[in-house]
Design a protein around this ligand. Sequence first.
Ligand code: GLC
Ligand code: CA
Length: 560
Amino acid sequence: MQFDINKKWWKEKVVYQLYPRSFKDANGDGVGDLRGIIEKLDYIKSLGIDVVWLNPVYESPNDDMGYDISDYRSIMKEFGTMDDFDALLKGLHDRGIKLIMDLVVNHTSDEHLWFKESKKSKDNPYRNYYHWWDAEKGEPPYRWSIFDKESNAWKYDATTNSYYLHIFSEKQPDLNWENPKVRYEVYDMMKFWLDKGIDGFRLDVIACISKDISFPEMPKTMKAGDWFPYYAQGPHLHEYLQEMNREVFSKYDCMNVGEMSFVTTEDALLFVDEDRRELQTFYHFDHTGVGVSKENFMYADDSNWDLVAWKNIFWKWDQVFAKKGWGTIYLGNHDMSRMVSRFGNDSEKHRALSAKMLHTFILSMRATPYIYNGDELGMTNTNHTEIEKYQDVYTINYYNGLKQKGGDYEGFLKSHATISRDNARTPMQWNQELHAGFTEATPWLAVNKNYSFLNVAEQENNPSSVLHYFRRMIQLRKNHETLVYGAFELVDEKNDQIFAYKRVLDSEVLLVVLNFSDAPAVLTTSLAFSNSHILISNLEQPQIDHFFQPYAAVIYQIQQ
Ligand code: GLC
Ligand code: CA
């Protein structure tokens, strides 16, 4: 198939998301740090990835683990110094790896100088950096907050008899993007980092920066999942992104990816159509919601899992970017549970196999792949049901809120255990020594007990490990442009066990077959594939007779 390919370097990269707090502790205080990452640079290079996305490393009181920034231009003390940062950046660049940083600009920490000033008086020069509601007007129209103990996004502050808005925790006041001073402070800060040589940004909750600041009342009958138009995709969003592009992105050869909540396939291109000069890529959440309660998305229920629906989500999104724009693909990050526990099968029998199958998927789709650290090993959930085991503000505050209101806090914890963010934040499992070789001290979040057999050292020595397979799969993507740019087409779309698709570029036709189930499955297609050359598979004999084995993954090169 011939079609125009708009090639760009950032479409061809594989991104490794690195959570610094849990990667490697170099100074023995139980918290990962930049020197720790530097110690592991050769490991990072060995994976074959091209870009590192670093979760926030800026100064922060860590109410939300770095997503509450108190100084955008300095490094969090626990993580090290600016010299350490410069050394890390150089270490990555020396190895041909790019670095993108987290840009958290919907809100700051309440300990940021801007907010401390803003609070002081109504005529403070920083007053309009945030959203204030004068209590003389009465109570502000209700806004729900995901991280607030009382689920209330307005916090009363007696100093000026006003409420301030915080969609996230009360320690994360929302910046007022209507104020050009705020926007230009942000652009300057972005240039500060880009001038240092970083290669771009991942833009945290970027769809929230513009909201309807008349703060209309929300209809009382609405369910949680329908509230979002009141928080995101506000009237000036595109204007601000175009301005950011003009002031910052257009001046550098950098890459960017927006965290795009509440985006639909209909408005997707408004963000990433090259001609509109906004963003290059973003990631949506559509596939992460399958199996999660619609009424209350803090609850998960896997009985709702539906592979056909899931496949159609990817199919639909691929079509959006077939001619313009470009997509991303991921199955895990620091806000989700572990990829293999959520979308594969983390039982002893199927863990390694299903993790390899998921890597085959991520690395054979038409989109820039993102892999979250630890997933290259198939690290799993911890599924804790005791609140004491959690560190995440999200889990802790929601739990406490339910307890106060007399809600079903135990039921919440039971269900939430499978989707809690702390599942993915446990320390990286390096070896079978104390605390998995992550630290010599007590780690800030306990190591998953399975580190004794699930760790980097073991997998390095085991040629059939998930880690080795992951590296092979990355090399395969690099060697076959078809896996990056080739057209995508679902095969046997109604099959509720197998996810199969073709990737086609020029004369190359590849068929990817992935059994997402724990039972053998048959692929129904007119394509003659069974004698085709196999480029990669997670099983020596993935297919026996007509059956694909449980969690089989295989890529065929079809002879035309
Ligand atoms: C994003 C981050 C998440 C954080 C939230 C508030 O969703 O990924 O970790 O808690 O924004 O900044
Ligand atoms: Ca440390």
